[in-house]
Design a protein around this ligand. Structure first.
Ligand code: G
Ligand code: G
Ligand code: MN
Ligand code: NA
Length: 249
């Protein structure tokens, strides 16, 4: 497809950029980290959403090239922040790559970054297909000090039973549940259950897609430890992230 051809050229053409969105604690008083989000602005089609092009990259080996670019960019900004971590998305195919751990460690060491300043975001899909292998990979990463977050939690097919097997630091509650919180009892009940589950397993809980004051209050009552969403800040350039990182640390 045309998208795939364009994507193959995107790095060389310098059409890619990163945006960083704060992850906050204490209702926004403190920024603990930033999620790194890939952006592609093409001469041909204008901006293309990662929701569209990441799945295309996933179908080919392009995902590895893009993923390496994302990781290197994300590691480079850490030196500009007083102590926050960067939270990087890895697709299932990247995660299942042979020598995934060695590959990440090499780049992190080359960048001179402490592993605790890197959070690895993976989805349920990445870890439940081959649970034993995934458990081993996560264990090794966590032993080295990386943070591990399970992204889009609640939308995949994680069995609650299996969650115990994985060395995780946080669950990220999918935006769809946060959206529904004020509207229907079911979403609010699910959010409460996820927060409770996370806390009883000793995990952090990051609520994503927080857009309103009412959601902030409901999440405070539910006991979510961390929040992320347009209510606090939209994804922003590295320069803006740097400034904000120093204001709220
Ligand atoms: O930034 P936005 O909300 O448009 O992102 C849409 C989707 O693309 C999200 O699911 C997000 O996790 C994913 N995404 C954004 N950046 C990256 C990236 O660098 N790598 C991977 N694998 N996924 C990303
Ligand atoms: O799947 P993942 O969690 O990585 O997706 C993150 C995506 O969600 C990013 O593309 C980001 O731009 C988007 N996002 C973050 N906060 C909000 C929000 O408050 N509202 C909406 N609509 N999207 C958000
Ligand atoms: Mn994410
Ligand atoms: Na998510």
């Amino acid at each position: 497809r045309r998208i795939e051809g364009g994507l193959a050229q995107s790095i060389a053409r310098e059409e890619l950029s990163m945006a960083y969105q704060p992850i906050v604690a204490r209702e926004g008083l403190e920024i603990v980290g930033f999620e790194a989000l890939l952006r592609w602005n093409t001469a041909e089609f204008g901006p293309v959403s990662p929701g569209l092009f990441i799945p295309i990259a996933e179908e080919s080996n392009l995902i590895h090239e893009l993923g390496d670019w994302v990781l290197d960019q994300s590691l480079a900004v850490l030196k500009d922040w007083p102590g926050q971590y960067v939270s990087v998305n890895f697709s299932p195919r990247q995660f299942r790559r042979q020598n995934f751990v060695a590959h990440i460690v090499e780049r992190v060491q080359r960048a001179g970054v402490e592993p605790r300043r890197v959070q690895i975001e993976i989805t349920e899909t990445a870890i439940f297909d081959d649970a034993d292998h995934a458990a081993e990979t996560l264990y090794r990463l966590r032993q080295m000090g990386f943070r591990i977050a399970l992204d889009d939690f609640g939308t995949g097919y994680s069995s609650l039973y299996n969650i115990r097997m994985f060395a995780l630091d946080s669950l990220k509650i999918d935006k769809s549940f946060i959206d529904g919180m004020g509207r229907e009892r079911e979403s609010a009940a699910i959010v409460h259950s996820i927060v409770h589950l996370g806390r009883s397993l000793g995990l952090g809980v990051i609520a994503e897609g927080v857009e309103t004051e009412a959601q902030v209050q409901a999440l405070r009552l539910a006991g979510a430890s961390h929040l992320q969403g347009f209510y606090f800040a939209h994804p922003m350039t590295a320069e803006d992230a740097r400034e904000l990182a120093h204001q709220r640390f």
